[in-house]
Write a protein that binds this ligand. Structure first.
Ligand code: GLA
Length: 411
């Protein structure tokens, strides 16, 4: 199915469900938010590196209509057992208290917007559906952003500063849900533009767009969902790695180095620090090793992207994957099983784990005419290597899209 057909089917599902659960959204608008694919530096956001990525065409669609009350009523096609989530604006459970329902996202958005002094009085009715797989493509950031933009719009609040919206979405996850995520996902979704790479520099808080240079080999972004379910980042190796990186920064600051994050450890400083601390803190220094090398590769990757040299982009993606596996130690068995299969297929330019780590999805950059060979290799080998997930894995061939779109006339 092409995107139009998938989108029509998604909207049809929303329409159908709105009738079944008695939520009137006829004639209403749909806000669509994308997923994202990070080209680098994975795990760089909370270490202060520059970031580069794209929006990908797995989405969350939210059909919504102001209801002239102060209530929000919202139903998710993905979590039908949670029923219609209904609450009065300003009256949501305390942070970290809701564990077992997706309702924590709309609650959290209401909570954070209020906390930041944004007054919400106008409610809405909504039905939501998404096809973003969990673990690696930023489903939670997409959902948080979609709900924030919707609540702001319904309440007539215009926030021009998109980085402020990124901060709000991160706060929903950090402070209300309890996930220690960084800002990569929110930036790569909110700013994403069709057929463009988004480049974020944290030192200058700047965003620029970089088209893929002319003459490039035709390639596809392929997400290989292992079928495993990753618990929240707060329960994952992710949290451990974040703490380790912060610990090393503190050790280095105590020793007199003027750094704010591991991204500040460059060139001569890196050699000095490895020589001085490698013996006492071998694991922490391995984390630094990954960040240092991935950051160096980042600039080569950007040059290659600008030049249309997707082969080099792929090679760097592959090297990053080995660093994430061996030095950052954030991958997982099933993620690596997918990578090994991909690596053995001609025309796969690079592959690595994606996102938070442990479980979820790996990704690859693949020559367009090798996508079918990759799919066939996965279908043949993955069920043998990971039989528990034989019926659960999926391969997504992704297009590069706008992060946020408003669709009229579909409901
Ligand atoms: C998750 C987090 C992001 C980022 C990535 C790894 O997706 O939510 O903030 O740290 O992992 O790059």
């Amino acid at each position: 199915m092409d995107l139009d057909e998938i989108e029509k089917a998604a909207i049809e599902k929303i329409k159908q469900l709105s009738k079944e659960v008695g939520i009137d959204i006829s004639g209403a608008k749909v806000r669509r938010s994308s997923s994202r694919f990070c080209l680098g530096v994975e795990h760089g956001d909370y270490n202060g590196t520059e970031l580069f990525g794209v929006g990908t065409d797995r989405f969350i669609w939210l059909g919504y209509k102001p209801n002239n009350t102060s209530k929000v009523r919202i139903f998710s096609a993905n979590f039908p057992d949670d029923g219609v989530i209904e609450f009065d604006l300003g009256d949501v459970p305390a942070p970290l208290s809701v564990k077992d329902s997706w309702a924590r996202f709309p609650y959290g958005v209401n909570y954070i917007l209020n906390r930041e002094g944004l007054e919400l009085t106008k409610g809405f009715d909504a039905v939501i559906y998404g096809n973003i797989p969990g673990g690696g493509m930023s489903r939670s950031a997409s959902l948080s952003l979609n709900l924030i933009l919707t609540m702001l719009e319904v309440n007539g609040i215009d926030l021009d500063d998109k980085l402020k919206i990124v901060d709000l979405a991160q706060a929903v996850e950090n402070d209300y849900i309890g996930s220690p995520c960084g800002k990569l996902d929110q930036i790569m979704i909110l700013f994403a533009k069709k057929d463009m790479g988004t480049h974020y520099n944290p030192k200058t808080s700047s965003i620029d767009y970089i088209p893929l240079g002319a003459g490039h080999t035709d390639f596809r972004i392929v997400v290989m969902d292992t079928g495993t379910v990753r618990p929240g980042l707060e329960k994952s190796t992710y949290k451990v790695r974040r703490n380790e990186c912060e610990q090393l920064v503190a050790i280095l600051q105590d020793a007199g180095y003027e750094i704010e994050s591991l991204a500040d450890v460059t060139d001569k400083l890196y050699n000095e620090i490895m020589a001085r601390f490698g013996g006492d803190h071998p694991d922490l220094c391995k984390r630094l090793d990954y960040i240092y090398n991935a950051q160096k590769r980042f600039y080569q990757m950007m040059d290659a992207w600008k030049a249309g040299d997707i082969e080099t982009v792929g090679e760097i993606f592959r090297k990053d994957g080995l660093g994430l596996r061996d030095d950052y130690v954030i991958s997982g068995d099933e993620l690596e099983a997918m990578c090994e299969i991909a690596r053995s297929v001609g025309g796969v330019l690079g592959e690595r784990m994606l996102g938070g780590g442990d479980k979820g999805a790996s990704g690859s950059l693949v020559k367009a005419d090798s996508v079918e060979a990759l799919k066939a290799a996965i279908a043949e080998q993955y069920p043998k290597v990971c039989p528990d997930f034989a019926d659960k894995y999926a391969v997504h061939v992704c297009g590069v899209v706008d992060g946020i779109a408003e669709l009229d006339g579909m409901l």
